[in-house]
Design a binder for this molecule. Structure first.
Ligand code: DON
Length: 307
């Protein structure tokens, strides 16, 4: 990487994005998410040897939604290792995050752990192996993030529970195929809890640093997962982190990453940095419109991606 001034790059990105029209729309199928100011914008870079850089609303917490599926996957891999892959695949789906179409023909085995069906199976695994899944999952996320103040948002979790027909359809179909082993309402409760966790861009970038440092915790130096497991999670993020827009994200940004319908995106450059961006207006595929643009500009201006 050439010698880069990240402050200048962030300023330039801000100046380029500000006059741009944003055709995106904030998620409203979870009513509580529609209450957020859709024009928020924050970005935070955590670099292994150059430190931290940020702009805009980077210190304001928001609903991280599907981004948290990276944490639940990490915990499930710690608990059962490779046995997870008999319950959920590692292939891109090429379909929407909440699609039902492949599940029927593929015998209730979700394509990957980031589509809703896959994340629900991961929650089912956590229910089986943890005594107190909600508490232990939040504790794990707090440990990874080195931040004991992280919390879930009960209003968002309830809002999602009240509008959960599609996730219910997914879990019942999977149970019929024998791929759900616990009580469906309890599994869904854990899933909604997971999705309603809130973080800001700074916290998100730091919580993904273990995927930059081959599984090592930033603060303690302890291994959260093995280097091989970190490689695998990054590979799944690259191929499945943006659902039916994973190709577009690889093409334009060129980093493994994960989005959420709260408008957040986190991307990692293994060995170098984690970057988180937040802008609630989503494109038609459910990914942050400006978030994708900002990251595209970032890897273009730094002339550095994993490719
Ligand atoms: O289950 C849902 O629909 C949401 N809790 C999460 C979906 C999501 O974030 C998809 N990501 N872009």
């Amino acid at each position: 990487m050439k010698d880069i001034n990240f402050n200048t790059i962030f300023n330039d990105i801000f100046i380029e994005l500000q006059p741009m029209e944003n055709p995106g729309v904030a998620a409203s199928y979870i009513p509580e998410l529609a209450k957020i100011d859709p024009d928020k914008f924050g970005i935070h870079l955590s670099h292994v040897d150059k430190g931290d850089f940020y702009q805009g609303d980077s210190n304001e917490r928001f609903s991280i939604q599907s981004i948290s599926k990276v944490f639940s996957l990490t915990l499930a891999m710690r608990l059962i290792g490779g046995n997870l892959w008999s319950r959920v695949g590692v292939e891109p789906s090429g379909t929407a995050f909440n699609s039902l179409v492949q599940l029927e023909v593929e015998n209730g085995i979700p394509r990957n752990p980031f589509i809703n069906a896959g994340a629900i199976v991961v929650c089912d695994v956590l229910m089986t192996y943890l005594d107190n899944p909600k508490v232990e999952l939040l504790d794990f996320i707090r440990t990874i993030a080195n931040n004991p103040s992280l919390e879930y948002n009960q209003r968002v979790a309830e809002s999602e529970k009240n509008t959960s027909d599609r996730n219910k359809a997914l879990i019942y179909l999977m149970r019929d195929f024998g791929n759900i082993h616990n009580d469906v309402d309890e599994v869904l409760d854990l899933y909604f809890y997971l999705c309603s966790i809130e973080m800001n861009c700074c916290e998100l970038a730091h919580s993904f640093m273990f995927l930059v440092t081959a599984g090592m915790d930033e603060a303690s130096g302890e291994m959260i997962i093995s280097p091989s497991q970190a490689k695998r999670i990054n590979a799944i993020m690259q191929l499945c982190g943006f659902y039916d827009e994973a190709g577009e994200f690889a093409f334009k940004v060129g980093l493994p990453g994960k989005s959420g319908v709260g408008g957040g995106i986190v991307a990692v450059h293994p060995g170098k940095y984690a970057i988180a961006v937040w802008s609630p207006r989503l494109n038609r595929k459910g990914n942050s419109y400006m978030g994708m643009k900002a990251l595209e500009l970032f890897t273009t201006k730094t002339e550095d991606s994993i490719f």
